[in-house]
Design a protein around this ligand. Structure first.
Ligand code: GDP
Ligand code: CA
Length: 325
């Protein structure tokens, strides 16, 4: 079975770990979000790709969900002693090695897809990890700034998420560079040749939304022969973790499992989804999703460990199997 998955960071990675556990023989291609990427202290950092790589490769900080286990911060402390900015984004010593290797290879002219493959040679994630694009796409968030001309300014996604904890209202979310970008090698093929396409419970706006903003990816999804099944990141009206509610509000989508499904739309009506999983607590929303033309089931959506993530992955593939097009 060939499975293609669009993934952000923690929600995507945890789902993928369950998927690999549930279907060890499946050939899984992961199309990773790179719009969170940032250059810090001259180092190119790809948080979502690394979260997937570390989680599947056994190196992740389990409680945090991202970054390395057994991490130390000596380099960051030394940089702080030099008053190097920014200090709101913490890079651990082990993690920095990954960014050094990546930056060296990028500077030598390798595309991000080749660099990611090289990094994965160490981590052996058991999936084919592809960045959504080799070109730079960067999410910017428009927020109030009384000092700025017009009273607003755009900040990098990481500044909004990490420094501001998504507290200011977001007026717009822009994937800068997306229009000029192309899917990385292998991305479109992974979608068109898949037996099943899955959207894990990744952020619909700044993870899945930015992947879909790369011209050609949404079209490949719409045209894929395989059924497309998604999992809601919203449970009982709120994100399981993080601030998805803030960025959904910015694009005018209510924070509910059904509203996110309707936002993606039914494939039979030109949208992206054939099937959608909501949490058992959102059973009352199943009818609204079905009314939109999307097959829907309510199952437990909380991934508290690998076993619950594997059960969720089984439910997603199960729903897809009943939807063979
Ligand atoms: P990020 O890049 O680290 O923010 O990760 P993703 O975009 O992949 O996933 C973030 C989303 O995952 C958030 O909106 C969470 O609500 C959702 N999420 C995290 N853990 C779980 C879980 O156990 N179950 C479900 N259904 N969603 C989850
Ligand atoms: Ca992310």
């Amino acid at each position: 079975m060939r499975i293609a998955v669009l993934a952000g960071g923690v929600g995507g990675a945890r789902f993928l770990r369950g998927l690999r556990e549930a279907f060890p023989a499946a050939e899984v291609s992961v199309i990773g979000n790179t719009a969170d990427d940032i250059t810090l202290y001259g180092l190119r950092v790809c948080p979502d790709l690394d979260t997937v790589m570390y989680t599947l490769g056994g190196g992740v900080h389990e409680d945090q969900g991202w970054g390395r286990a057994d991490e130390t911060f000596a380099v960051q402390e030394e940089l702080a002693a030099y008053a190097v900015q920014p200090q709101w984004f913490r890079l651990g010593d082990r993690d920095i090695a990954t960014h050094v290797v990546r930056t060296q290879m990028l500077d030598a002219g390798y595309p991000l897809s080749a660099v990611t493959e090289a990094l994965c040679a160490r981590w052996k994630p058991g999936v084919r990890l592809l960045p959504m694009s080799d070109e730079r796409v960067e999410t910017h968030v428009v927020v109030d700034d009384p000092d700025a001309e017009g009273g607003r300014r755009a900040v990098h996604f990481q500044e909004y998420w990490v420094r501001m904890h998504a507290q200011p209202s977001a007026y717009a979310i822009v994937a800068v560079g997306a229009e000029q970008s192309r899917p990385a090698p292998g991305v479109v093929e992974a979608l068109t040749s898949a037996d099943v396409v899955l959207l894990p419970p990744s952020n619909p706006v700044v993870s899945i939304g930015t992947i879909l903003a790369v011209p050609g990816i949404a079209a490949a999804l719409r045209e894929a022969a395989a059924p497309v099944v998604g999992v809601s990141p919203i449970v009982a009206g709120a994100p399981v973790r993080g601030y998805a509610d803030k960025v959904l509000a910015a694009i005018g989508v209510e924070s509910s499992a059904a509203a996110v499904a309707v936002h993606y739309g039914a494939r039979e009506h030109g949208g992206l989804l054939d099937g959608w999983l909501v949490d058992t607590r959102d059973d009352a929303q199943v009818a609204a999703v079905r009314d939109a033309g999307i097959t829907c089931r309510a199952v437990p959506l909380l991934m508290t460990d690998v076993a619950t993530a594997a059960a969720l992955a089984r439910d997603a593939v199960d729903l897809a199997s009943g939807l063979r097009r």
